[in-house]
Write a protein that binds this ligand. Sequence first.
Ligand SMILES: C=C(O[C@@H]1C=C(C(=O)O)C=C[C@H]1O)C(=O)O
Ligand SMILES: [Mg+2]
Length: 467
Amino acid sequence: MLKTDSISINDQLDDLINKMDSNGQFISIVHKINHVDPISVFASRPDLKGERYYWTSADGQLTFVGLGFSNQLYSSHASDRFTAIESALQSQKHRVFRSTNARITGTGPVYFGGFSFFDDDHKGEWKHFPTNHFVLPKRLVTVTDQGCYLTLNIWIDQSHSVDEVHSIIESEISQIESVESYEEKSMKQVDLKNEMTYQEWEQLINQAIHEIQSTKLDKVVLAREIETYFNQDIPIEKVLKALSEQQERSYIFIMENDDQAFIGATPERLVEVHNNEIQSACLAGTTSRGSSMDEDEWKAIQLLKDEKNLEEHQYVVKMIQEAISPLCDSLRVPNQPMIRKLSKIQHLFTPVTGSLKTNVTIFDALKQLHPTPALGGEPREIAMEFIKQHEPIERGWYAAPIGWFDDELNGEFAVAIRSALITGEKANLFAGCGIVADSEPKAEYEETHLKFSPMLDALGGHNHDNE
Ligand SMILES: C=C(O[C@@H]1C=C(C(=O)O)C=C[C@H]1O)C(=O)O
Ligand SMILES: [Mg+2]
């Protein structure tokens, strides 16, 4: 029997089923399980392909695997895609049962998903990633420093017996605890297309620079896309494993919807809220890693004093500070950026921390923050218009907020960069960079090249464009 310290879950369930109204409701049963390997858990259910989610926080302390959808939140045509999700959540009532007395972050009714970059619906490549979409996984495995947990989110009504629910719990636990280690599969890239030639890129960047010099536009982030084809359906587990091994200090994510998967390893936190404490991050300004420790350090020092990169960075700091301060009782922003080193690249980084005013939620913060000038530009509206008019790709969920939240509105969102949309044998990769008055098309092109490389490496692909 599943026991809490005082009364068993069975007694509590019995009570709930007896008193429940005829509509039924979601219940969330949280149980501590033996240690499991999250990638193997993800790979263990190919039958649930199209309904699997994966998330590791950038500090590596929290990993989620979601298998099967129990509930979905979305609202097409909402004027405000962020508040619409918060309202949809409020209309759900969840009841949580725990087999330990502790309330562990990331267990219970946790929703995963994201928003599109622009607020209008898209029709092209991103058919299964609408303006907003969140799922409550049927099975959620949470791996933390304190142990592993299985949450089962199931819908019950008066027709369920306690014994039925109990046997579901037992069989799910034993299935998860007995998953076999994931064995890697191999595949080969067969083709790679650049959606834009270098000449088209150069023209686009020159046009942006011209607007920056002659209008109110200060900065605009422009992206390009490459499309790669493989000799078989891309085994997403393989890409996940490679990203997990190769990318440090990054959020590793997979969101599967129907026959598409959005995957990436992004270093950029947009917002985290935990018990009223808020954290955001300014990440903009880029250089490569050095081939020796000395060269690496030299590049970092150059980046810290490079006017053009500092300008790119400063727009982000100023805007995030202005966006969050009305939501906070207190806010801390260091006045100098530091360096954030990733496997192939280093960035200028300024952390932002604060205490939220009462009744302000993570959705309020998302609404204010997206898109920051690290992904959109400055001023926001002019930059967004420029992107819409001139960038020849569909952004979909690229560079948009993705993440999770729970029933107490704690959660974390990252911006979905260093990412790819996978559809069968095809992977569409995205990479962009901040254009300011002193930008040079060639250097910015090389910067996008660097930003593609972690995802291309994880796929086992290669880029021909500046070889
Ligand atoms: C837009 C991307 O990255 C953003 C742009 C950066 C820059 O131009 O220096 C750095 C980090 C990110 O905020 C991307 O990786 O696609
Ligand atoms: Mg840049």
